[in-house]
Structure formats: structure tokens, C-alpha cells
Design a protein around this ligand. Sequence first.
Ligand SMILES: Nc1nc2c(c(=O)[nH]1)N[C@H]1C(S)=C(S)[C@@H](COP(=O)(O)O)O[C@H]1N2
Ligand SMILES: [Mo]
Length: 257
Amino acid sequence: MTLDRRRWLSAAGAALGSAWLAGCDRLATNSTFTGVLRVAERWTKGAQRLVTDRNALAREFSRAEISRDFRANGTLRPQDPEYVALVAENFAGYRLVIDGLVEQPLALTLAEVRAAPARTQVTRHDCVEGWSSIGEWTGARLSALLDRARLKPEARYIVLHCADTLDPYATDGAGRYYESIDLVDAYHPQTILAYAMNGATLPVRHGAPLRLRVERQLGYKHAKYVMRVEAVASLEGIGRGQGGFWPDRGYEWYAGI
Ligand SMILES: Nc1nc2c(c(=O)[nH]1)N[C@H]1C(S)=C(S)[C@@H](COP(=O)(O)O)O[C@H]1N2
Ligand SMILES: [Mo]
């Protein structure tokens, strides 16, 4: 989608109203103003290219390429009492909370999550520690869940709050795992909250009952044990403010691959 100058001008004109358009001819001959337009145009194209690239799909593999033993990493079985209780009842009382900057906060049962628009994909998971595994994931499209909750215009990031305390020694209360993504990744077609792996119910070690798959990013962005999805305007005030458990400890927030 490229905007030519005429369309850009008329869109800008429409936004500013007809009084502005009346002075348009005079403005168009003003070199400072046309310079500003050129810069704006270039910026728009650059931004569009960036967004287009980020919307490209991660490579998908055939079922024959699925790793026989998909590695598990980080928390393998949360010991947090709330989670232990959920496992004991096979997640019957689990609710996926979607709140924050949304018009319609939700608390969805797993059946409701499974009934949402879904996607299945065979992808390669790349951990910063230097290993990769290929697996098949099925889950609800995050975009569909967010559309149901209706994001407010101020929402800029989606925070995934997890059930597990990975650092029990954090004295500032920032020991819980969490991650966050921007709206480009949140609306990417391969971004799902997965409830199945390799055709079976998602096992605890891989993040039951729901784990994020955000296939254009490194492994640590793929939050397991997701309890709550929060729409926010800023990442300040969450954990240590860097947007994720590992970003709070020096990793990049944006881990695109
Ligand atoms: N809640 C939670 N999510 C997490 C982690 C974790 O420790 N806790 N580890 C991350 C890291 S570093 C990786 S590589 C992947 C591992 O996912 P897997 O165990 O399914 O391979 O989960 C990510 N998501
Ligand atoms: Mo990782």
C-alpha cells in the first residue's frame, strides 16, 4: 500500500478541513511546506515497509520435521500455590483474564478459548541459549481475543502475566515471569495462545494450560502459564519496567528473528 502524494494531500486536507484546502495552492508553492510533506511521505513509506516486514510469516515446517524431543526450558512445573491448585483440578477453574485498557474485560474458560478462532502452525522455537526445536502449536488467535475485549485507543502493549515465580529471591516482587509485545506482534496472524502441542493437550512443562506463541521472536518472549492478558499504554511500573522477566535482567525487549 503506497500512498501517492495526491492521495496523501487529500487525506491530509480532509483531516484538516476545507479551510486548509482553500489555502492549499499557496502552501504547495511554499518550499518549506513541500519539504515537510516530502519528509512526511518518506517517513510514511518507511514505517509501512517496517510494519509490512514485521507482518511477514515466520517459516513453517512440515509435520515430518517436528522434533522428537522438544526441549523445555525455564520453569517446568510452577510451584506457586494458585497454579498447583489449578493442576490438581485439571484447570477446571482456570480463567483467562483479559483486562487493562479494554472496553470489555473478559474472564474466559478454557472451553471458551478453544472455541475462539484458532490457528495451527509447525514452527521452530529458537532459545537464546543456542538450541532450537520444531513443534506444532494450536491455539486461539490473540487478535480475535483482543477484538472481543475491544482495545481502547490508548493501548500500546499487551502484557502476558504468568503463573510461575522463576526468581524466588527477587526481594522487589519482580520474581514472577511476564512478557510483553507490541500491537504489531499481538495482531500477527501466527500469534496465538496455544492450548495444544503436537496434536495433544499442552503439557505442564511447555506452559499448560495456555502459552504464547509469537513466532517472529526468540524463545523467552513465548510466555508459558499465561494467566492474564493486560492491555497497557506503558510498560513502566510492571516488574522492573523493562517489559519482561528477562528484559528486566538485561535481555532485549524486542527479540525479533
Ligand atoms: N512463564 C514462563 N514462560 C517462559 C519461560 C519461563 O521460565 N516461564 N522460559 C522462556 C524461555 S527462555 C524459553 S526458551 C521458552 C521455553 O519453552 P519450552 O519450555 O516450551 O521449550 O519459554 C519461555 N517462556
Ligand atoms: Mo529461552
